[in-house]
Ligand binder design. Structure first.
Ligand code: SIN
Ligand code: CO
Length: 384
């Protein structure tokens, strides 16, 4: 499916990270990519993040998944909604929904969350930290959007949900299948199913917080420092008040700290590695047996395509003398043939390589490493 009715340059200039936008069915041919009972099935699986939110009068209650299968037959007539995170990692047709939004760089993508609701169901008025494209898949939903919130926005006390206390809408629309509502970070929004069988796909993005960056980068740099790398003052002279930490001592301490964090090249390497950590780092996708290089060469000579694991994160940084490739929290220094390969791997989910790839030992080694760590495979979704 392609987004044909959206002027991307205009969207980026006028709306991205600035103001919400309702986009009426911009697809060439919208088709709902997932059936409601497939979503319910995913919410019963161990290791898949899901929530069930029920509306009883004015009150919303939340249960975390995995849900027992029997739970769905016990739900009464009160409106409810089921939300499942990272469905793109499990359903190729849902992963395909990310492709049209790749005018935003891959490193910013978080996941596709899918919700199912009965008429009147919803998660309540709230704001998120991230940009989201809310794609109406099936049924209809009324979306109301409010102003930009902040850390001081009053919330309704609730154990599980962060609901806005005085939500006032500035926009109010009914979304039909294929319609998209773009909501930038912090903008209040409230979606209430206006029909049964209401499915919404949230194509969500992520942005590192400054606190996470400082935390991660400084811890990384600190790991490499030795005990003897320490404040020193061989030029000390007697100071007028022994109780004072002087301006020159602070200057030196401040400089020591900042100097250790200034290395841009090392920062790029750390950031790419950190940012490509998988969303669910505990899941082990490695194949039972490592691939031997001879098998790899044979498959490449046969022109067998390689498939990226939909749960894997691929990105690269150009940094002299070549390219740093990042895959699932690992960094690979690539030059020449492997640099060209790195760019190919970051293009899309299926990679067709020329048979010549088999004749480069560096290419074979890199591909085998990625297969062995579970990020690449010669088997597509239906062939496992
Ligand atoms: C939903 O799909 O009901 C909620 C999505 C959101 O508000 O982020
Ligand atoms: Co939201």
């Amino acid at each position: 499916m392609q987004l044909v009715g959206l002027d991307i340059a205009w969207f980026l200039a006028e709306h991205w990270q600035k103001r919400p936008l309702l986009i009426r069915n911009p697809w060439n041919a919208w088709r709902n990519p997932l059936e409601p009972d497939e979503l319910a099935g995913l919410s019963c699986e161990e290791g898949i993040e899901s929530r069930l939110i029920m509306r009883e009068g004015d009150r919303l209650t939340m249960e975390s998944g995995p849900l027992p299968e029997a739970r769905f037959s016990q739900l009464g007539s009160a409106p409810w909604t089921l939300l499942v995170q990272a469905v793109d990692q499990h359903v190729p047709d849902v992963a395909a929904l990310i492709e049209p939004f790749r005018f935003i760089p891959d490193w910013r993508i978080d996941d596709v969350m899918v919700s199912y609701a009965t008429n009147g169901g919803g998660v309540g008025p709230h704001f998120d930290q991230y940009d989201v494209f809310l794609v109406q898949g099936l049924g209809t939903r009324r979306w109301r959007v409010g102003p930009r919130c902040n850390v001081g926005t009053p919330l309704i006390p609730h154990d599980d949900l962060r609901l806005i206390a005085d939500f006032e809408a500035t926009g109010d629309w009914i979304l039909e299948p294929g319609d998209i509502l773009y909501v930038p970070p912090l903008f209040a929004h409230d979606g209430i199913a206006a029909s049964d069988d209401c499915m919404t796909y949230s194509v969500g993005f992520r942005a590192p917080s400054r606190a996470d960056l400082i935390d991660g980068w400084s811890a990384h740099q600190a790991d490499a420092l030795t005990e003897d790398d320490r404040y020193a003052d061989p030029d000390l002279t007697r100071q007028s008040h022994p109780g004072e930490i002087t301006a020159s001592a602070i200057d030196r301490l401040h400089a020591m700290t900042l100097e250790a964090l200034c290395d841009r090249a090392a920062f790029a390497r750390w950031f790419g590695t950190h940012n490509s950590q998988p969303k669910y780092a505990d899941v082990d996708w490695r194949p039972e047996e490592p691939i031997d290089h001879e098998t790899m060469r044979t498959l490449l000579l046969e022109g067998a395509p390689l498939y990226r694991n939909p749960a894997s994160r691929f990105s690269f940084i150009r940094q002299e003398p070549g390219i740093l490739l990042f895959v699932d929290g690992h960094c690979f220094d690539c030059e020449g043939e492997t640099a060209a390969l790195a760019e190919r791997l970051c293009e899309g989910s299926v990679i067709y390589l020329d048979a010549e790839a088999a004749s480069s030992p560096e290419v074979v080694t890199l591909l085998a490493t990625l297969v062995d760590q579970g990020s690449l495979s010669f088997y597509g979704d239906d062939e496992d």
